[in-house]
Write a protein that binds this ligand. Structure first.
Ligand code: SF4
Length: 398
């Protein structure tokens, strides 16, 4: 084992407003504008969980089918499996096999579900015909935000996959999965590989807001269009896009554009909104608001699940077979045990050192009032040495 763990990056004080508001992250930006500004910056993010890698692989598989790259017909499921194997084989180095990350059965279930959803979209020769069956061969759009307008502006009949939509006026951009045009009717489709419903059973707000932003861009490009927005997640579900929805979406975009002015420096403290979104934020290790908010959550509980992170001073370190088990006095003055940390991640850390760990495995309890408590026992490697806290990042303070 050589040297200490990497140094914790300094806390972020100011951020630059991004040039574009990402359509796929508008809901996250509403919840915490700082998270989106940090994600758009060059700063080193916390590592992605392999489940995010496989989520994007499954989405690419769905897109490939929608694009027409996987031939429909009775053999469609087998061809999709072959395409999936190819995409999985090309995953980034170091990402474990999907069966290790999810377990064999869960991976089989997830991938079969996406094959079935794609079959419903393209029509697979034996399955029910899809309302989204191609009206002309699907083809990728060559359009990029700073380039020519997307093809449906010039062609009043067709179906295109992966269409860049951007509005410099609204400062929003993103890549729509599918756009169909039949005369004055333009349909924008979001292909969902996972859950598409929100807590109320309707289309999840994240997907609805993204599609509505695309809808506003389409209206700018083809002002006479009647725009239909659809989420395709097994069955197809429409997203309302009446005048009040359009107005509300414009208001969201204007508010975000005001809070995140393009290229201008903004105080991080004015944007940070610690709470439920922190669990999915890749800038936690640089966020002073989270550093201040988390210890009271650990000690007293929080109304939302708490990220599996801990930081504090090492009280003991026991090394065994390539891993280190630590006791820490954490920033909430609790004694926390972290079992089986990979030695390669923690280096030669020892008693008295300050350690910050983001993305551990652990299960916290609840208070009598239902608040979420942080665990006092965490682990990196699983008991069998197989599973691990796949997105774990460990830092020291030197
Ligand atoms: S850690 Fe929480 S408060 Fe900080 S930027 Fe991320 S979501 Fe916002």
């Amino acid at each position: 084992v050589s040297g200490p763990p990497p140094r914790l990056p300094p806390p972020v004080v100011t951020v630059r407003g991004p040039d574009w508001l990402p359509a796929s992250r508008l809901d996250a930006a509403r919840a915490c504008p700082l998270s989106v500004a940090l994600a758009a910056s060059d700063a080193d993010p916390l590592p992605s969980h392999p489940k995010a890698v496989y989520g994007s692989i499954l989405h690419r598989l769905y897109e490939a089918a929608a694009r027409g790259d996987v031939e429909p017909g009775p053999d469609f499921p087998r061809r999709m499996r072959t395409e999936l194997d190819r995409l999985v084989a090309g995953r980034p180095p170091g990402v474990p096999a999907p069966e290790r990350v999810y377990g064999y059965l869960e991976w089989l279930q997830r991938s079969s579900d996406v094959v079935a959803r794609a079959g419903a979209v393209v029509g697979d020769g034996g399955a029910r015909p899809s309302r989204l069956a191609p009206s002309s061969p699907g083809r990728p759009s060559p359009f990029r935000p700073d380039d020519a307008p997307p093809p449906f502006v010039a062609h009043d009949h067709g179906r295109w996959a992966e269409v860049w939509l951007a509005s410099p006026r609204l400062r929003v951009r993103g890549k729509a999965d599918l756009v169909e045009r039949e005369g004055d009717h333009v349909t924008v489709v979001d292909l969902k590989t996972g859950k598409a419903s929100g807590a109320d059973g309707g289309v999840a707000e994240r997907a609805a807001l993204q599609l509505r932003a695309y809808g506003l861009v389409v209206l700018e490009l083809v002002p006479r269009a009647t725009v239909h927005l659809v989420v395709a997640a097994g069955s197809t579900r429409p997203v309302p896009f009446g005048p009040s929805d359009q107005e509300a979406t414009r208001a969201v975009l204007a508010d975000l554009a005001g809070r995140l002015p393009a290229g201008a420096a903004v105080d991080a403290a004015d944007l940070a909104t610690p709470g439920a979104p922190c669990r999915f934020c890749s800038g936690r290790h640089r966020c002073p608001a989270y550093a201040a908010a988390a210890p009271p959550w650990w000690r007293e509980g929080a109304p939302h699940p708490v990220p599996a992170d801990v930081w504090g001073r090492v009280e003991s370190a026991v090394r065994e077979g390539g891993s280190v088990s630590l006791s820490l006095r954490d920033a909430a003055d609790r004694l926390v045990r972290v079992a089986r940390l990979r030695e390669g991640l923690v280096g030669d850390v020892s008693e008295g050192d300050e350690l910050h760990a983001f993305g551990l495995q652990g299960r916290g309890g609840r208070t009598e009032d239902g608040l979420h408590l942080a665990p006092t026992r965490y682990a990196d490697l699983g008991v069998d040495g197989e599973g691990a806290a796949w997105s774990l990042a460990v830092f020291g303070r030197g």
